[in-house]
Design a protein around this ligand. Structure first.
Ligand code: SF4
Ligand code: SF4
Length: 392
């Protein structure tokens, strides 16, 4: 992950990731990344530009950065993606992204009214303008829909918006952050999150031939192959690394800008062994050990792995599990408890894994016993979770 800046021109109400003071990455950092990767590991590298708002880096930065990373002899490049609100996308940038096959994810939280309520006035139109420019250049764009304590009540309306427009999307649950408390009143409790996932899966099983919700494709596939295929449900440590605007290396974009999570700097070309000596690595390993210990009896541990370590670390900021403390939806900061925790969305994950397992078992039973004459099959859904498990 490359984070050219944490600055962002928008001001979404639930955002925890932007920093108006953040500087822009110099192209030298990309050159250093390229050199650093020489002999770092033998794997393919997928580059994701993230922010803040990565388009603030501008056309010249991307023209040079993409050329350096694509044509390099120091690593095997496996593709590019970029997460942006698209406000700054113009035809020139869009053509460049098309030329390099950069896949874009952009945030739209559903119909204009809901989106603008929880992000900001006029945000929907600005993003959709960029979306049209991208599509006209042949850039692949998918959406990220953030569900909050507000928008969860409009689940069907939001789902139907994406369905009607045939927009593929990924879910993002508004969750607390290590950086500050401004997102807290928007966060979903694990139970709300779990119910949301079950409700959306139920709708999605009518429409697999029309849209894609990647989260469910991954969850069902993970259950089938017994291994997490989404970073949240895999041991992400060391497989994901993020580089901030000054060249500092972090475990993931969510930690960028936090000094205690710096693992090294690309200017020093550190080896993996050197990164593993950092305090950040130590914290991640403690999380992993804690998962092995406390999730040991869980039937889902192989393809959940305790969830996202970042979420686990945030939860140590709060008392007990993530639960709302009063009607204002505020969370209570934890002054005493700094012990390690698994991802507090555990309950949500258990709920959706159980739902998928139960459905799969029922489908398997139905298919193995066949249907007796006159017996009505469970045909309320057009598709099954088996279809998702076997989806390519
Ligand atoms: S810390 Fe969380 S968001 Fe970041 S790569 Fe790991 S699982 Fe994914
Ligand atoms: S569902 Fe909960 S208990 Fe099971 S592996 Fe995930 S975090 Fe651990």
């Amino acid at each position: 992950m490359i984070v050219p800046t944490l600055h962002c021109p928008s001001n979404c109400k639930y955002c925890w990731g932007s920093d108006k003071e953040s500087e822009l990455m110099d192209i030298q950092v990309i050159k250093e990344i390229d050199e650093w990767l020489d002999g770092f590991r033998d794997d393919y590298v997928h580059f994701t530009f993230h922010g803040g708002e990565p388009l603030l880096a501008g056309y010249d930065f991307y023209r040079e950065a993409l050329s350096i990373l694509k044509n390099s002899k120091t690593h095997k490049e496996a593709g590019f993606s970029l997460q942006s609100n698209l406000w700054l996308l113009d035809e020139k940038l869009s053509k460049l992204f098309s030329e390099y096959g950069v896949a874009i994810s952009t945030s739209v939280d559903g119909p204009k009214k809901i989106n603008d309520y929880q992000r900001g006035k006029g945000y929907f139109d600005k993003t959709m303008k960029g979306y049209k420019i991208a599509i006209e250049s042949g850039v692949h764009v998918s959406f990220i829909s953030t569900f909050t304590s507000y928008s969860k009540d409009f689940r069907d309306e939001i789902y139907n918006f994406f369905l009607k427009n045939r927009y593929n999307f990924k879910l993002h649950a508004a969750l607390p952050s290590l950086r500050g408390n401004n997102a807290d009143k928007w966060v979903l409790t694990p139970k709300e999150h779990g119910n949301l996932l079950i409700g959306l899966l139920n709708s999605y099983l009518n429409d697999l031939d029309k849209i894609e919700i990647k989260d469910f494709d991954h969850i069902c596939k993970s259950l089938f192959i017994r291994r997490g295929t989404l970073c949240t449900f895999a041991d992400c440590m060391g497989d994901t690394l993020a580089v901030g605007c000054d060249g500092n290396i972090y475990p993931c974009y969510r930690f960028v800008g936090m000094n205690e999570y710096i693992m090294g700097n690309v200017y020093d070309h550190p080896s993996m062994e050197e990164l593993m000596k950092s305090m950040a690595w130590d914290k991640l390993m403690k999380f992993k050990d804690h998962v092995d210990e406390s999730c040991g009896d869980c039937s889902y541990v192989k393809f959940c792995r305790g969830g996202c370590p970042y979420n686990g670390m945030v939860s140590s900021k709060y008392t007990g599990s993530i639960s709302k403390t009063d009607d204002t939806n505020n969370l209570e900061p934890n002054e005493v408890n700094s012990s390690i925790s698994v991802d507090p969305q555990c309950e949500a994950y258990r709920m959706i894994f159980k739902e998928v397992s139960d459905r799969a078992n029922k489908e398997f039973l139905n298919s193995s016993i066949g249907t007796f004459p006159g017996q009505k099959q469970n045909n309320t859904k057009k598709f099954t979770v088996m279809d998702l498990m076997l989806k390519r």
